[in-house]
Design a protein around this ligand. Structure first.
Ligand SMILES: NC(=O)c1ccc[n+]([C@@H]2O[C@H](COP(=O)([O-])OP(=O)(O)OC[C@H]3O[C@@H](n4cnc5c(N)ncnc54)[C@H](O)[C@@H]3O)[C@@H](O)[C@H]2O)c1
Ligand SMILES: [Zn+2]
Ligand SMILES: [Zn+2]
Length: 369
């Protein structure tokens, strides 16, 4: 079929709206009609050329939500008409990692996905007979996509898809960091550095786990206000004195759980240093720049602080994204304030500009608009 897609033609150049050919889903694959797709830093990181493993041409986009149109042979977990969220982090339910509660890093299709291919090593996207590679296994800046069955979470049909798409990446990452990686306990004191989509998700996750105090730290007053809406009980404007301010707020000890959601290694260090002596856990969600390292004085660790990293919040996507969506539908998570702009696919570059200007938390491509 012919589809409209936003194509990364050359690094550093705007995405181009083009017509591409999309082949039928093969065995184990699913054709999805996109209803909505969030615009994320990772898309821009690749579009800019900063990502050393990036390639072009490709169709970016990885925060998709849509409807199953057709399925290939052997697909049993979704059927035409099902509503789905796309997963750049799949769940095969069979590999050694999927069978272990301790991680969500499915091993099934990593290699081919990183190279831009579907699991059989080929693409369904092409242009004038030339293959066009997929991105993150998703390529959701397009009217339709073909994806592996193991990379689709079937969600409630009651969930509005133009908001459900934020569960495909940042929101689930933050929620899961608090719920799965840190396993925040009731009564805990938490600090969240960064109040973008990931940090706001972490604030909400801490609240859902029953944290007593949630301190949000950001540079933007607007974002700190949004953090209050997600459950932050205190807010701080970030800066060089933030660690001391957190120690002052916690009787000199630091917080039970800290979360970093900025991508800045200096803030990761603050997250470690403001975790409590004895048992404080710092969870790192941010993606640092290429080649950057984290500078920690080992005494912080000897005296009982720990560091954990979290990819997609440790969320096993096919099992847990539907559960998180259900908690949203039950009124436990407030998603509406996180979606600030709804754009047409042709305006995807405007979405990048809004993101760089920190205008709103997420711009979403709405395919019906
Ligand atoms: N681990 C994962 O699986 C995963 C998934 C999605 C995103 N990420 C990463 O998480 C990070 C956050 O993503 P996002 O979409 O929320 O980004 P974002 O840019 O919207 O949010 C980052 C926030 O950090 C704030 N900030 C900047 N300097 C600060 C400081 N010194 N102290 C406190 N706050 C400060 C900014 O004001 C901003 O609000 C990024 O690095 C992103 O690449 C990781
Ligand atoms: Zn993302
Ligand atoms: Zn797996």
């Amino acid at each position: 079929m012919r589809i409209a897609a936003a194509v990364l033609e050359a690094f550093g150049a705007p995405l181009e709206l083009q017509e591409l050919d999309l082949a039928e889903p093969k065995s184990g694959e699913v054709l999805v009609r996109l209803a909505a797709c969030g615009i994320c830093h990772t898309d821009l990181y690749t579009a800019s050329g900063a990502d050393p493993s990036g390639y072009a041409p490709t169709v970016l986009g990885h925060e998709g939500a849509g409807v199953v149109e057709a399925v290939g042979d052997g697909v049993v977990s979704v059927a035409p008409g099902d509503h789905v969220v796309t997963l750049f982090s799949p769940q095969c339910r069979a590999c050694v990692h999927c069978l272990d509660d301790r991680t969500n890093l499915c091993l099934a299709i990593r290699e081919q996905q990183n190279l831009g291919f579907l699991p059989d090593g080929t693409t369904r996207l092409s242009r004038d007979g030339e293959p066009v590679r997929h991105f993150m296994g998703t390529s959701t800046f397009a009217e339709y996509t073909v994806m592996p069955e193991i990379a689709l979470a079937k969600i409630s049909p009651d969930a509005p898809l133009d908001e459900a798409c934020v569960f495909a990446c940042g929101l689930s990452t933050g929620l899961g960091a608090a719920m799965n990686t840190a396993k925040v306990h009731a009564g805990a004191t938490c600090v969240v550095f960064g109040a973008g989509l990931v940090g706001l998700g972490a604030v909400a996750g801490c609240r859902l786990q029953g944290a007593e105090r949630i301190v949000a730290v950001d540079l933007s007053a607007d974002r700190l206000e949004l953090a209050r809406g997600q459950g932050a009980t205190e807010t701080l404007v970030g800066g060089p004195d933030t660690v001391q301010q957190i120690l002052d707020l916690t009787g000199g000890f630091g917080a039970d759980f800290t979360f970093e959601a900025t991508g800045l290694v200096a803030v990761m260090r603050q997250a470690v240093e403001s975790a409590r002596m004895g048992w404080g856990l710092a969870t790192v969600c941010g993606v640092a720049g290429k080649g950057e390292t984290l500078d920690i004085v080992p005494r912080y660790l000897i005296t009982g602080r720990r560091i954990a990293g979290s990819s997609f919040g440790g969320v096993k996507g096919r099992d847990q994204v539907p559960q998180l969506v259900d908690r949203w539908l039950a009124g436990e998570i407030d998603v509406a304030p996180l979606v600030s702009h709804r754009l047409a696919l042709a305006d995807v570059n405007r979405g990048f500009e809004l993101m760089e200007a920190q205008d709103g938390i997420r711009s979403v491509i709405a395919f019906d608009s």
